[in-house]
Design a protein around this ligand. Structure first.
Ligand SMILES: Nc1nc2c(ncn2[C@@H]2O[C@H](COP(=O)(O)OP(=O)(O)OP(=O)(O)O)[C@@H](O)[C@H]2O)c(=O)[nH]1
Ligand SMILES: [Mg+2]
Length: 417
């Protein structure tokens, strides 16, 4: 295993997380090489000295795989494999490997395959252009390139067939979401770093038994269940895949279906392991992914979990200046604070706090669509100038969300007395 310090402050945690990732593939690590570099070496990622250290460790321990806690370019990976005479896997490759081992459902497997194919295709394309440059000129293509071209064609056609199958599954899921919207059922998604306790909390709130375990990426497929605890029976919860720092882009793209559940939620419970050493950096990584998938405008209730592992920490609700719940401190393990969590969820989803009227000229058609989307419109009439006058009823969260997205909204909204 190779982990170099470059930019991250939370390097020690990153390295232990890396060891955990490697262990979870089932392989046994024989050594960890660490070091510091300002910038990666262009050809080998490692400098000459580190490269020799890794090479001698490989010989000494009879290693057959070297894993990097960094993303390598296709050519760096190839150069390293040639130099070290051993298979090399980068961070993206490692995470893809774990996902491949964990995927259970048809959709999960397809999503992982898509991510793997995409990762592979970038490598082949780069490999091919590299060869092309070497040979130079038309008509000089050797059999190696032909092989690569046909591999690329095969990959492209498999990618499009996997995409089509995923599209069909997603359409079905989207129908489910629309049906929930019609029934005015709210969806709340549990999001957060991997292994923080999302599934454990999900199981408590929905009285189900989805797989929860002390390992990274225990959950891969989204599960949707109705709240089974008093007060939140009209709410649907979705449990999803956990995030990790530097989540490979190919995975985010391939997991669009899973991540759509998050995008469609009216509230996110951002679960955090309050006992972790690097809470802030984990939180930051989650925020980055939420932004990347377009879910950063959805209101968030932060859930600090695992308080049983902290000394002197009482379960409580933290509120903002307006008295609105912002964070809840709980222990899913002991059940402490769960009633507070339920209360906070109810408060965040209380109906009808904002009832009012607004006039929407045709130029604001997208705001009108947004209001319909969140099920807020109770009545609509159109005057002779084409301006539609809508009565809306929404909760505080939805009000905040729409105001954030449409600057004009708060100005033209008149509260009903
Ligand atoms: N001490 C303690 N452990 C907890 C608590 N909540 C969950 N855990 C443990 O943390 C581990 C991870 O829990 P999960 O619910 O699988 O976590 P997750 O966030 O769903 O993880 P992924 O699906 O892998 O992203 C399990 O071993 C749980 O038993 C808690 O409040 N306190
Ligand atoms: Mg889980």
């Amino acid at each position: 295993m190779v982990s170099l310090r470059m930019h991250s402050d939370a390097w020690a945690e990153e390295t232990s997380e890396f060891e955990e990732l490697v262990a979870s593939t089932g392989g046994s690590a024989v050594g960890l090489v660490t070091g510091y570099r300002k910038a990666p070496h262009a050809r080998f990622f490692l400098g000459r000295g580190k490269l020799e250290e890794v090479a001698s460790l490989r010989l000494e321990k009879g290693v057959n795989l070297i894993i990097f806690n960094h993303n390598l370019s296709a050519s760096q990976e190839r150069n390293l494999e040639e130099k070290l005479k051993c298979k090399v896997l980068d961070r993206t490759g490692l995470i893809l490997e774990i996902f491949a081992q964990r995927a259970r459902t048809h959709e999960g497997k397809l999503q992982v395959e898509l991510a793997q194919l995409k990762h592979l295709s970038t490598r082949l394309i780069r490999g091919w252009t590299h060869l092309e440059r070497q040979k130079g000129g038309i008509g000089l293509r050797g059999p190696g390139e032909k092989q690569l071209e046909s591999d690329r064609r095969l990959i492209r056609s498999r990618i499009s067939s996997v995409r089509n199958s995923l599209l069909k599954i997603r359409q079905q899921r989207s129908l489910g979401r629309q049906a929930r919207l019609k029934l005015n059922t709210r969806t709340i998604s549990l999001v957060g770093y991997t292994n923080v306790g999302k599934s454990t909390i999900f199981n408590i709130l929905t009285k189900s038994g989805v797989y929860a375990a002390d390992k990274v990426f225990a959950t891969l497929d989204p599960t949707i269940r109705r709240g089974k605890v008093e007060k939140i029976r009209n709410t649907v919860f979705s449990d999803t895949v956990g995030f990790i720092r530097r989540l490979p882009h190919s995975l985010i793209e391939a997991f669009q279906g899973t991540l759509e559940e998050i995008r469609g939620a009216s509230l996110l419970l951002h679960v955090i392991d309050a006992s972790a050493k690097d809470v802030e950096s984990m939180k930051h990584s989650v925020d980055i992914v939420l932004k990347e998938i377009g879910a950063n405008e959805i209101p968030v209730l932060t859930v600090y979990n695992k308080v049983d592992l902290l000394v002197h920490c009482e379960c409580r609700i933290d509120r903002d200046a307006d008295g609105f719940p912002r964070a809840v401190w709980v222990s899913a393990e002991t059940g402490e604070g769960i009633t507070l969590l339920v209360d906070a969820i109810v408060e965040c989803s209380e109906d009808g706090s904002f009832t009012g009227k607004l006039s929407l000229p045709p130029a604001l058609a997208s705001l009108r669509a947004e209001l319909y989307n969140c099920g807020a419109v109770t009545k609509e009439s159109v005057d002779n100038r084409g301006v539609s006058v809508v009565d809306v009823r929404m909760n505080r969260i939805e009000y905040a969300r729409v105001s954030k997205r449409y600057k004009e909204f708060a100005d033209i909204f008149t509260m009903a007395s």
